[in-house]
Design a protein around this ligand. Structure first.
Ligand SMILES: [Zn+2]
Ligand SMILES: [Zn+2]
Length: 822
């Protein structure tokens, strides 16, 4: 018998698929389309097992839908601009472009070895000018709509990466890329106005019913919508107001002090010439050393000082003292809060610490205020004319009062900030803006794109921006006045590149526009997007935002880019995430050489439901390898069974194998389609293989009839067909050995017959005088006489009948036999 030489088999079929161009697809309005997309990788190093898991899941889905008859778009590319590649290049002493292209070569090589069904003609490399010219084009579109703007503000600065970071890239006060503590710096930066879309991003979640709940929750929290009111407090002597935002206007009577952020611009004016000037300066100096997390965390002790001033609460007509405190930040809200210690936990702790008054204004519905902070709704007390009103109604009435008196208004705020996209780094798409002496800031005309990233630049980080060191790059001519002008030297965050790449795959070679409308209308939205949950906020939120902008510009006909999202779990080893720093990585290249691609695929998919983290295990890998060898041997043995003349067919055994065939098709189809539970797909295939092997032995001993050999063959055919998306190479080879001239990859998906899935034996309930006394197994469709005969053979039933006569028999075929006794 042939040996399972996986390397020959895998090379053979991969070559065949490429030569026959079976994964290359075109728009075809005659057929229904399906767009499967895995998040594309950063080519910063070699691919790791997390990538492999991601792409293998996508490949199974893609192969399955294409065999269902869909026109399947399944592309791959490289997210190649940005910090990860640039930092790696610098560490290795090479140019980011050289490094990136080398890594792309290696990654592409491994992806091809994995036999993934990509249409490689559609490959995208975001650092190539033919791609980033359209990233720049997109920026200009946003700019002309007022959605891209430059602003000076306090920004996150990573000293080690020497660049600013978006809020989304700061994880608990540290840089997402390098882990360094992030500073605050006041700099002029480019932003995209994502906050204009805060409400749409929330509202359109109704179209995302097939996204994981946890991802939607994370986005919702990140956008952080809160409804409440803006209330104006008055500085009586200055006749100036300070506005606060509160989600609980119903507690306005309980405001016993007022807090400004220490950095609030009014603080200096308020204390000027008073003895508080120095105290404030000392306090500020101490606070400046705390991170935002330390300042706002629920677990750290809050600190503050009074500044000797009072402010008027116009609703109560009372003056309350002004404090500054670390837990109020200038960048959030208005940088001022009304402190209601009876009903806000942080205000409560602060009031207790400094002995400030605590006045309860909301009483719990089921009893008295217990002297602790109570932050739930209840009944209003100590609130003048509002006493006795439920707090939710009170909120509306206070807002009405504020609006009537001109003291404030109902308001909504979002936690979401505008998206900071400029980076003081080399490896990114240059921002297509120039500055000229006469007109100032000007957009580069569209026809001048791309603004090429120069290769001959000292790209090491530091200074304002590496591009600023290149006179050749910086100095240009103004498109409007023809005078000398300077180019913007910041580059765009790589998340801008990845926020529209899924559109480019639809028209990858379009040279005068980013995509063709007909292509987009046919292929988009992405039907199934697959990636890690770590992108739940940044990438997915940005892509949704850009899609909405394009929709509003009339350039695409859909509001949401990804209909279904699947977030796969990680690949761990020794209980921890695989990473270079832990030295617990496994090289896909090496494993492919040792075990073959089909083994890796089977192992990864068999390890558990793919949304969960999995544990890498050499034993598991070997187990999958042994299974594939058993699979190979079992199928070849089955194929060697042929007719022995003069035998009779064993109908019970043929029914059994037929039944299992239909059941397995049913189960595998459902597990792939509904749940992505490939692990149970594989165990169903294992059971089916066992049954095929047993049937092969049985026929070998008995001698097969022509009919039986046919049933065995149908079973083998179905098993190969079902296992094909998981292990495409071995099944393709065995399909050929079955004598097929077609590619299994192109075969229609097998169908099942519900009738044939059913057991031929049914359980019949035997009742005596209406009481259940026994159960018997009968063939489906047994008639009443035969059922009686079989029931009477049961000892227990016979016992009940002793000495009595049967007056009446009620028989419901395949269900029940009731004997009524005289
Ligand atoms: Zn950093
Ligand atoms: Zn000019």
């Amino acid at each position: 018998m042939d040996q399972y030489v996986f390397s020959d088999i895998e090379r053979k079929w991969q070559t065949r698929w490429v030569n026959d161009r079976i994964f290359e697809v075109e728009r075809n309005p005659e057929k229904r389309k399906y767009y499967v997309l895995e998040m594309f990788p950063y080519p910063s190093g070699d691919p790791h097992m997390g990538h492999v898991k991601n792409y293998v899941i996508g490949d199974v889905v893609s192969r399955y839908f294409s065999r269902l008859g869909f026109q399947v778009l399944h592309p791959m590319g490289f997210d190649s601009f940005g910090l990860p590649a640039e930092n790696a290049a610098i560490q290795n002493g090479t140019h980011p472009s050289i490094w990136t292209h080398e890594k792309i070569e290696r990654m592409r090589d491994v992806l091809k070895q994995l036999g993934i069904s990509y249409d490689w003609r559609r490959e995208i490399i975001t650092c190539e000018p033919d791609y980033y010219r359209f990233t720049q084009w997109l920026f200009l579109k946003l700019y002309h709509r007022g959605l891209a703007y430059k602003k000076k503000g306090l920004v996150n600065w990573c000293p080690s990466c020497a660049t600013v970071l978006a809020n989304e890239q700061v994880i608990e006060g540290t840089c997402e890329r390098c882990g360094e503590a992030v500073d605050k710096k006041s700099l002029e930066q480019w932003y995209l106005r994502i906050t204009d879309y805060a409400e749409a991003l929330l509202d359109d979640m109704k179209f995302l019913g097939n996204w994981p709940d946890r991802v939607l929750t994370m986005q919702k929290n990140w956008i952080g919508k809160s409804e409440g009111a803006e209330i104006d407090f008055l500085l009586p002597e200055r006749r100036e107001k300070i506005t606060v935002f509160t989600t609980r206007p119903d507690t306005v009577y309980g405001a016993t002090f007022f807090i400004l952020a220490p950095e609030h611009p009014l603080v200096d004016e308020l204390v000027a010439g008073t003895p508080y000037t120095e105290r404030v300066a000392v306090f500020r100096e101490r606070i400046s050393r705390k991170t935002e997390i330390e300042r706002t965390s629920d677990t750290t002790e809050k600190e503050g000082i009074a500044i000797g001033q009072e402010i008027l609460n116009q609703v109560t007509g009372e003056r309350i003292p002004i404090w500054i405190a670390d837990y109020v930040l200038a960048e959030y809200g208005t940088g001022a809060v009304m402190a209601v210690p009876a009903h806000d936990e942080r205000d409560y702790q602060f009031a207790v610490k400094y002995g400030l008054p605590i006045i309860p204004v909301i009483q719990p519905p089921d009893g008295d205020w217990a002297g602790q902070c109570y932050s739930e709704p209840g009944i209003m007390i100590n609130s003048g004319p509002f006493d006795g009103i439920p707090s939710d109604q009170g909120e509306k009435r206070i807002i009405a009062l504020l609006e009537r008196k001109g003291w404030g208004k109902g308001a909504v705020t979002y936690r979401l900030r505008d998206w900071l996209i400029s980076r003081q780094r080399y490896w990114g798409a240059p921002i297509p803006i120039i500055y000229c002496d006469c007109f100032g800031e000007r957009a580069v005309p569209e026809e001048e794109l791309p603004i090429l990233l120069p290769e001959d630049v000292d790209f090491l980080p530091g200074g304002p921006s590496p591009l600023a060191r290149s006179a050749k790059f910086v100095n240009t001519v103004c498109p409007d006045c023809g005078g000398p002008a300077r180019r913007e030297t910041d580059t765009m965050d790589t998340f801008v590149c990845s926020s529209w790449y899924f559109l480019r795959y639809c028209s990858p070679t379009e040279s005068d526009k980013p995509f063709d409308r007909q292509d987009i209308d046919y292929w988009m939205p992405v039907d199934q997007y697959i990636g890690g949950v770590e992108h739940a906020i940044l990438h997915l939120l940005y892509s949704r935002f850009l899609t909405k902008v394009l929709y509003d510009m009339g350039m695409v006909g859909f509001r949401e880019p990804f209909t279904n999202l699947f977030a796969q779990g990680m690949v761990n080893k020794d209980g921890a995430k695989m990473s270079k720093s832990r030295r617990n990585t496994v090289s896909p290249r090496e494993i492919i050489q040792r075990y073959g691609v089909d083994t890796i695929r089977t192992f990864i998919l068999f390890a558990g439901p793919p949304e969960l983290d999995m544990e890498w295990s050499e034993r598991g890998l070997e187990g999958s390898f042994r299974f594939l060898n058993r699979f190979w041997k079992g199928i070849l043995e089955a194929l060697s069974v042929s007719e022995v003349p003069g035998q009779t067919t064993d109908s019970l055994r043929t029914e059994q194998i037929e039944r299992l065939r239909h059941r397995t098709v049913y189960k595998v189809t459902n597990d792939i389609r509904d749940r992505f539970h490939f692990n149970t797909v594989i165990s169903s295939c294992m059971e089916f293989l066992n049954e095929i092997t047993a049937y092969t032995r049985f026929l070998g001993e008995k001698g097969a009839t022509l009919e039986e050999a046919g049933y065995l063959r149908s079973a083998v055919q179905a098993l190969l067909s079902l296992f094909n998306p998981i292990a495409p190479h071995i099944t393709e080879e065995l399909w050929e050995k079955l004598g097929k001239k077609t590619l299994l990859t192109l075969e229609p998906w097998p169908v099942y017959d519900r009738e044939k899935m059913l057991e031929d034996q049914v359980e019949i309930i035997v009742q005596i005088n209406g009481k259940v006394r026994s159960k018997i197994l009968l063939s489906r469709g047994t008639d009443q006489n035969e059922a009686m005969r079989r029931a009477l053979k049961v000892e227990k039933v016979n016992g009940w009948l002793e000495g009595k006569a049967v007056a009446k028999v009620v028989y419901v075929p395949d269900k029940l036999l009731n004997l009524v006794l005289r």
